[in-house]
Structures are given as C-alpha cells and as structure tokens.
Design a protein around this ligand. Structure first.
Ligand SMILES: C[S@@+](CC[C@H](N)C(=O)[O-])C[C@H]1O[C@@H](n2cnc3c(N)ncnc32)[C@H](O)[C@@H]1O
Length: 240
C-alpha cells in the first residue's frame, strides 16, 4: 500500500515533536515574513499539519485557525494546544475549498510546506483569495522547486564533496519519493517556480517578497550537505 498523509501522520507528528532542525527552520523563515506582533489579527494556516506554524502564530498573539484535510494531524494539533497569548482553532478542511472559512474573514494566510501537496493550485489560491480581507496577504513556503524537483538526490562528486543532482525540474505533477524516511513518500505535487509566480498573478496577488534563506547552523550540523543550497522558497503576496 502506498503511503498517504493519513498513514504517515503519526510519524510526522513524532518527527516534529522530537525536534527537527529543518522543520523549525521552515517555520522560522515563514514567520519572518509576518509582523512580530499579531495581536488583534486573525491568521488562517492552510495545511497546518500538527500545528507547528499555527502555534507560532498564536505565540505572536494571533487568533490562528489551522485547516488540514488529514484528520489524524488535526487530532495531534488539538492535543498540542497553545501556550498563548493568542488562540488556536483547528478544522478538518481541504485547502482547495476552505469550506469552513468565511469570505473576507482573515487578514493573513500562511501555508507552510503545504501548497506543494494541494492537487489544484488554482483552486487553493482562489480559495485563499476569497477568505482574505481586501488587502490581506498570503505567506507560503514550499520545498525549493529548483533543488527539490522529482527524485533529486545527493551524490558524492569526484572531489569528495556531496552535491545535489536535479534532473526532472520540468516534470510538473504528482510524484512520490521512494525513500522510506522522506516526508514526500506520501506524495508531492511538483511545480516550477514560474508556475507558482504566474498562478499567483492570475489570481490577483502582487508578490511583495521572495526569499531563499540559507540553512541555519542547526540544519547543516545535522545535514552538512545542505550548506550552500536553500531548502525552501518563501513568498509573501498581497491580495491586489
Ligand atoms: C509537509 S506537511 C506541512 C504541515 C505544516 N504546515 C508544517 O509546516 O509542518 C504538508 C501538509 O499538507 C497537508 N495537505 C495535503 N493536502 C492538502 C490540501 N488539499 N489542502 C491543505 N493541506 C493539504 C497535509 O495533510 C500535511 O499536513
């Protein structure tokens, strides 16, 4: 049987709870694009998983709503609660629909490593646009499309250094990692950089920031081969 988010939910929650330098880094570079203080703001966290980003939003004072279609991850998120000062609220919902979220109800939306899992990016961005206030913003991160393309791998070069080999950047669509320890064994939708940017534009979003943060020392201490490449692409876009 192939893995899915349902079958790896407990594994993913355990991975993050045990402390994952890479996931902490992905949370922090996403949060870097939001105000330091979010008191008085509502933030929708699309594809919240076990709530790593949602809790961090509440820690900045937000009234944060996490939505995710994987019921087991929502159970983990609810069980983790919040340390405040803001609040968390979790709902099982599909990011391509956002059925539980009212029109124009949120000033910010975040999507940490989740738009690369939605099957229909057009539908997800249309749904986010619908729920944002008039000048609301979306901040999202995805595994960097240029370096995390389907079946990209590490290989040892002749000089002994470990290098990234990428071959299928233009192969958009669903793919599944065959690494039994990889998150993307549950599947992943690969899209090129230009697809992300042109789809944002088509749905009336103005891109305000694009970052490709260098991995922290905590990340490279565990995975030295990551030095020199940005693991994630982060985009902040305002509803035009
Ligand atoms: C790599 S996890 C990221 C979770 C969390 N944001 C984090 O940073 O840990 C990807 C998440 O995307 C969710 N996902 C899959 N399909 C989705 C969809 N159609 N809409 C919203 N989220 C989806 C999965 O259930 C999973 O929680």
């Amino acid at each position: 049987m192939s893995d899915s988010w349902d079958t790896i939910a407990d594994w993913y929650a355990d991975l993050l709870r045990a402390g994952s330098a890479l996931n902490d880094f992905s949370r922090d570079v996403l949060l870097d694009q939001l105000p330091e203080v979010l008191s008085g703001h509502h933030v929708l966290d699309l594809g919240c998983g076990e709530g790593i980003v949602t809790r961090a939003l509440a820690a900045r004072g937000a009234a944060a709503t996490g939505v995710d279609p994987t019921p087991r991850l929502i159970e983990h998120a609810r069980a983790a609660g919040t340390d405040g000062p803001g609040t968390v609220d979790y709902r099982v919902d599909d990011g391509c629909v956002l059925e539980t979220v009212a029109d124009g109800s949120t000033g910010w939306a975040t999507a940490g490593l989740s738009l690369n899992h939605v099957p229909d990016l057009d539908a997800a961005l249309a749904a986010v646009r619908r729920v944002l206030t008039r000048s609301g913003s979306l901040v999202f991160s995805v595994p960097h499309p240029c370096f995390e393309a389907p079946h990209a791998a590490w290989t040892q070069a002749g000089d002994g250094t470990v290098r990234r080999v990428v071959g299928d950047y233009l192969a958009e669509g669903f793919w599944r990692s065959d690494n039994p320890q990889a998150v993307r064994r549950a599947g992943n939708e690969h899209r090129t950089l230009s697809t992300y940017l042109t789809t944002l534009h088509r749905h009336g979003f103005a891109v305000e920031a694009v970052t490709e943060p260098a991995p922290t020392a905590q990340v490279t201490a565990r995975q030295p081969q990551r030095a020199g490449l940005p693991p994630f692409l982060v985009v902040r876009a305002r509803r035009d």
